[in-house]
Design a protein around this ligand. Structure first.
Ligand code: ZN
Length: 403
């Protein structure tokens, strides 16, 4: 029953204008009286409001319902290993105010979280909002998360954060629930909730940064798997003789992830095969992904070849996933647009070459529509989804107590 109520709310939320109980019934396949019960439940939970009376020619005009996007504010945090973006959103996951901060993840969770907290407090003050206005916090981190407990589990890019009680930290400053997931899952939710390609219920987003991950939306729901690690495509075996940080050999991430590409670039430069890259090492003492992106811009042959090679490996893995999952939409998000273009082309090429005709019949492959806002919007959407489930639950308990 709960999930039907949540589905009804989604129908109203996605409708472009206020809708009547009859329209809700039609869209959900329920009888009008059954739909009315769910609508009442959502009204009691303050998630729906009455809108203006609907116009109809003659007779009684139907009452219209709208999603109550002003039922409260949410805090949304999208963190990577060197910075975090934070935002205040309404219940419609629209960003009302936004800021960012930089830090070193090696400083450990206490210092980093306190730093992010200060930026949030500042944002609230600037927007004349009290902490009590915040109904939920959504937090995306660059590592695996056990969703039920909100604990990071052995996040290789985040030393010192293993099983760190992030929820407990926020509960000491805010009286609202906090939900934590990995950075690519919240991106998937953001694109699903507010991306440019709407009405897509089966999609995936592939993020290639230092590591490689995917977020999967299946039948309109984020697919987390049984523990929260679904979509971790970085450890597909691509049959190369390279050891991955996970201990296995041949992992995709160990060959084609950002970190791996930088390592290969250094090796090539130092063995005299890349003048531009060697130049950068000499100037900066090191090399990073941004240098390779610039190399691609300047038509440096070694940078272009490294990018082409890694993209084509990722494309091959994605092609297999397309056969397996049959999504309608694949979105690609890279650390730099220079990587994204090649990656998009390689994925398209591999998918159309290797995937079965039925699995590509309706398939769209595009760049991420929301770019660096996808995570922020998605963290808010994740929070909203969980709050909806909670408030309908509470309502249900209250009804049981009084009934
Ligand atoms: Zn691995």
């Amino acid at each position: 029953v709960l999930s039907i109520t949540a589905d009804i709310l989604q129908i109203v939320r996605k409708a472009k204008q206020p809708i009547s109980k009859k329209e809700i019934a039609t869209a959900s396949g329920l009888s009008v009286s059954a739909a009315a019960d769910h609508v009442e439940r959502l009204m009691d939970a303050n998630l729906l409001v009455h809108a203006a009376i609907g116009g109809s020619s003659g007779g009684r005009k139907p009452r219209l319902y709208a999603f109550n996007k002003d039922a409260g504010h949410l805090i949304s945090i999208d963190m990577d290993t060197a910075s975090a973006q934070v935002a205040i959103t309404n219940f419609d996951c629209s960003i009302l105010a936004q800021n960012s901060c930089s830090f070193d993840i090696y400083d450990g969770p206490d210092k980093v979280l306190n730093h992010i907290k200060e930026v949030i407090f500042e944002l609230l003050t600037q927007n004349r909002l009290d902490r009590s206005a915040i109904k939920g916090i959504g937090f995306g981190i660059p590592g695996p998360v056990e969703f039920a407990s909100g604990l990071p589990i052995s996040p290789t890019l985040m030393p010192g954060w293993d099983q760190y009680p992030i929820r407990k930290f926020w509960s000491e400053h805010f009286h609202c629930p906090c939900y934590i997931d990995n950075d690519v899952n919240i991106m998937a939710l953001g694109e699903y909730a507010k991306g440019l390609v709407l009405e897509v219920d089966n999609m995936m987003i592939i993020k290639v940064g230092v590591g490689i991950g995917a977020g999967i939306i299946c039948d309109g729901k984020l697919y987390r798997g049984s523990n929260g690690s679904a979509g971790d495509l970085g450890h597909f075996d691509v049959g190369r003789d390279v050891t991955c940080w996970c201990g296995n050999r041949g992992c995709l991430e160990a060959v084609a992830g950002g970190k791996a590409v930088v390592t290969q670039a250094k090796e090539l430069a130092l063995s005299g095969k890349g003048d531009y890259l060697l130049d950068m090492i000499n100037k900066k003492g090191t090399l990073d992904m941004a240098d390779i992106a610039v190399g691609i811009q300047r038509r440096d042959a070694v940078s272009i070849e490294l990018n082409r090679e890694s993209s084509s490996l990722i494309g091959r893995v994605v092609a297999s996933i397309v056969n397996f999952l049959n999504p309608e939409l694949i979105l690609v998000s890279g650390a730099f647009s220079e990587f994204e273009d090649t990656l998009l082309a390689a994925i398209r090429q591999a998918v159309y070459k290797r995937s079965l005709p039925l699995s590509t019949r309706n398939l769209l492959i595009n760049k991420s529509a929301l770019g660096n806002k996808a995570g922020l919007i998605g963290a808010a959407y994740m929070t909203l989804e969980q709050l909806i489930i909670n408030s309908i639950n509470d309502q249900e308990d209250a009804n049981l107590a009084t009934g």
